[in-house]
Design a protein around this ligand. Structure first.
Ligand SMILES: [Zn+2]
Length: 377
């Protein structure tokens, strides 16, 4: 047993006692009557709530740990819904998914309708056997940065790393999150669910305080921990599990807006430069207000021969602001059939593209942002 002297997230030693529940036995050990202090501390610096004493993991999670996810119908349903969200929004065929604290494989099973995903389970207790039997690549171990490196070396980086009701149990959250960051592909997502401290303070769910739960997160304290390892929360939502939890989705923090804008602009310029070099004609579609800042920031004016407008536009006959690009009737798009046309009103692509095709334009259309995409190849 270790006594906590400093905050598990920010390292501050300014910790105050929030609640003392006395000395208690381990809540899931039916064969061990030893007692340990059960006291909640709160960090004055970052507000994280944590236990004052940490019982050794080997004592808390022995081989015969009895908790199984799959025996609980509402958890099975919950994980089916989470699997659906992953399939719809995050993973593609061939991607790797690592579930940390996979337990009996309930969540990975919900995903495994796809033999098309590589599913990897990390589970320290004997439940790992069930994951192995279900055919998942299984590591019976605690998740650490070291294990993350080993998994990444063997299987490659993961498109999704999931950890539901795990972070509260982890003795070294920084090592854990560093491992998640290391294991995630650059476009990967970390999805994690935690019991919400608000359920304890507002709903008086003091019976969810036990030695296995070392920390009691809020979206704010968890976001702070993730940010310390370059992970940025993109979505958080309240969920019903355990009487009030939250799910957070995070990804590797991207650069600042300036850097991302510059990269997008140079991608577009490079594409148009190459097309131009290859002797293609390139028109613009729509002299909308938003065309001007893009043309100038991406410095693409030299590659655009004409910009087309609908026949009633008063802009026809003028030049695009600050350039020598003439604005012409869109009839010229059909008449000239340029090889490519940059759709500056790409936010209306669903309406404009079918209309242009109907008018008879057969060339390729470039959607310029957020990254250039060529339609009609
Ligand atoms: Zn703190």
């Amino acid at each position: 047993m270790t006594e906590v002297g400093a905050c598990g997230i920010c390292g501050s030693i300014d910790l105050v006692t929030l609640l003392d529940m006395g000395n208690q036995p381990l809540a899931e050990r039916f064969d061990d009557n030893r007692v340990y202090p059960l006291v909640l501390l709160q960090c004055k610096e970052c507000q994280l709530v944590q236990l004052s004493h940490i019982v050794d993991q080997q004592v808390m999670f022995p081989e015969n740990h009895p908790y199984t996810t799959g025996t609980n119908a509402s958890m099975r349903k919950h994980f089916r819904e989470l699997a659906m969200e992953l399939v719809e929004e995050v993973v593609q065929p061939g991607d790797r998914v690592v579930d940390i604290g996979a337990n009996d494989g309930t969540f990975l099973s919900a995903l495994s309708g796809g033999k098309w995903l590589k599913l990897i389970a990390v589970e320290p207790t004997g439940q790992a056997r069930k994951c192995r039997e279900l055919g998942f690549a299984t590591y019976q171990d605690f998740f650490t940065a070291g294990l993350a490196r080993k998994i990444a070396r063997t299987w490659g980086k993961a498109k999704a790393v999931t950890a539901c009701n795990v972070l509260a149990h982890v003795p070294s959250p920084h090592d854990f999150v560093a491992g998640v960051a290391e294991l995630l592909a650059d476009d990967g997502e970390f999805i994690t669910e935690s019991h919400d401290f608000a359920s304890i303070s507002d709903g008086l769910q003091i019976d969810t305080i036990y030695h296995e739960h070392l920390r009691y997160y809020t979206v704010a304290s968890l976001s702070r921990l993730l940010a310390m390892h370059g992970l940025e929360v993109t979505r958080s939502e309240k969920i019903h599990t355990y009487g009030g939890s939250f799910r957070v989705r995070a990804r590797k923090a991207r650069g600042g807006l300036q850097d991302r804008a510059r990269a997008a602009a140079s991608d577009l310029r490079r594409l148009l430069f190459i097309l131009d070099q290859d002797g293609n004609s390139i028109y613009g579609i729509s002299a909308a207000t938003r065309a001007t800042p893009l043309i100038h920031f991406a410095r693409i004016a030299p590659f655009i021969d004409r910009v087309c407008e609908h026949p009633h536009s008063e802009k026809i006959g003028s030049l695009m602001p600050g350039t020598q690009i003439p604005v012409v009737d869109e009839a010229m798009l059909v008449q000239d059939q340029p090889d490519y046309a940059v759709l500056f009103s790409y936010h209306l692509a669903d309406v404009i593209i079918p209309k242009l095709r109907q008018l008879g334009y057969k060339g390729k259309i470039i959607i310029p942002l957020p990254e250039p995409v060529i339609i009609g190849e």
